[in-house]
Write a protein that binds this ligand. Structure first.
Ligand SMILES: C[S@@+](CC[C@H](N)C(=O)[O-])C[C@H]1O[C@@H](n2cnc3c(N)ncnc32)[C@H](O)[C@@H]1O
Length: 241
C-alpha cells in the first residue's frame, strides 16, 4: 500500500526508523492534544467502541485510555509497532490488520480515528478503499476524525533537510520533497554502533476540496476545519450519514 515493497526485512527497517525517530522527536503532549480535539469532534461517549486506524506504536491509544476510553482498538499491519503499542498503551486491544479490510462488523464502531496520514501511505485507490471500510464499519451518524500534515504549508516549502546527532539514538538525517500530491521522505539513522538504517515513506496529501471529493466517493460527508498555510495540521471530520 505504500513505499513498502513487501520485502519483510526492509518493511521492518522502515517500521524501526519510524518508531525510533517519532518516539524521540514527537512530544507525548502532542498525542494528548490530538486526541482531545478528535474526541471533541467525534462526540463519542466513554466506553463506546472506538478504533485508531494505523495506530503505530500506540501514542494516541495511550492518550485515548487516559482520556476516558479504557479499551480503544488499535489496528496496524506492523508486528513491531503493535508489540510496542502493547507495552505503551495497556488496556488497548491491538489487532494486526490492513486498513483496506477492517476486521469489524458493519456498523459496529462509534468513532474511528486516523492520525498523521496512516491511510494515505499508498495510492488513491488504497485511500478510497480504507475510507470505504470506515463507511462500512461506522454506525450511522458516527464519524472518522482524520489528521494529516498541512498540504498548503508543504506546498510553500516543498523541500526539507534535517540532520542531528541524538544522544543514545545516533545520527538522524531526513530529506523530503513534496510534488504537490506526494511527499517523499527519506529518513536515515546511523546508530552509535555504526549500523545504518534507512527508509523512504511516500505520503499522499489531499487539500480540503480533494479530501471532500474522496470522502464523498467513499460515502462519507467531510467537514474540515478551515485551513491556511499557517495551520499546524489538517483536521477533518468525516461523517457517515
Ligand atoms: C505515519 S505512521 C502513523 C502512526 C500513528 N498514527 C502515529 O501518529 O503515531 C502510519 C502507520 O500506519 C500503518 N499503516 C499504513 N498503511 C496501513 C495499512 N494499509 N494497513 C494497516 N496499517 C497501515 C503503518 O504501519 C504505520 O504504523
Amino acid at each position: 500500500m505504500d513505499s513498502r515493497n513487501g520485502d519483510g526485512d526492509s518493511d521492518q527497517v522502515a517500521d524501526r526508523v519510524f518508531l525510533e525517530t517519532t518516539r524521540r522527536f514527537a512530544p507525548p503532549r502532542l498525542a494528548q492534544t490530538d486526541v482531545a480535539l478528535a474526541l471533541q469532534l467525534a462526540q463519542v461517549s466513554p466506553g463506546k467502541p472506538v478504533a485508531d486506524l494505523g495506530c503505530g506504536y500506540g501514542r494516541h491509544l495511550r492518550a485515548l485510555v487516559e482520556q476516558g476510553h479504557p479499551h480503544p482498538i488499535g489496528i496496524d499491519r506492523s508486528p513491531l509497532l503493535l508489540t510496542e503499542a502493547r507495552a505503551h498503551a495497556p488496556g488497548a486491544r491491538l489487532v494486526k490488520a490492513d486498513l483496506r479490510a477492517l476486521p469489524f462488523h458493519a456498523g459496529s464502531l462509534a468513532a474511528a480515528f486516523c492520525f498523521y496520514s496512516s491511510m494515505f501511505l499508498g495510492s488513491d485507490a488504497d485511500a478510497l478503499a480504507a475510507l470505504r471500510e470506515c463507511t462500512r464499519t461506522l454506525r450511522p451518524g458516527a464519524a472518522l476524525v482524520l489528521t494529516t500534515d498541512n498540504p498548503l504549508r508543504l506546498s510553500q516549502s516543498p523541500q526539507y533537510h534535517f540532520e542531528q546527532d541524538v544522544e543514545g539514538l545516533g545520527r538522524v538525517v531526513e530529506d523530503s520533497r513534496f510534488d504537490g500530491t506526494v511527499d517523499r521522505v527519506t529518513k536515515s539513522l546511523v546508530t552509535p554502533g555504526g549500523k545504518r538504517l534507512s527508509a523512504t515513506f511516500c505520503i499522499r496529501y489531499y487539500a480540503p476540496a480533494a479530501l471532500s471529493e474522496l470522502a464523498r466517493d467513499a460515502g462519507l460527508v467531510c467537514r474540515s476545519a478551515p485551513l491556511t498555510e499557517t495551520s499546524p495540521q489538517l483536521v477533518a471530520l468525516l461523517e457517515k450519514p
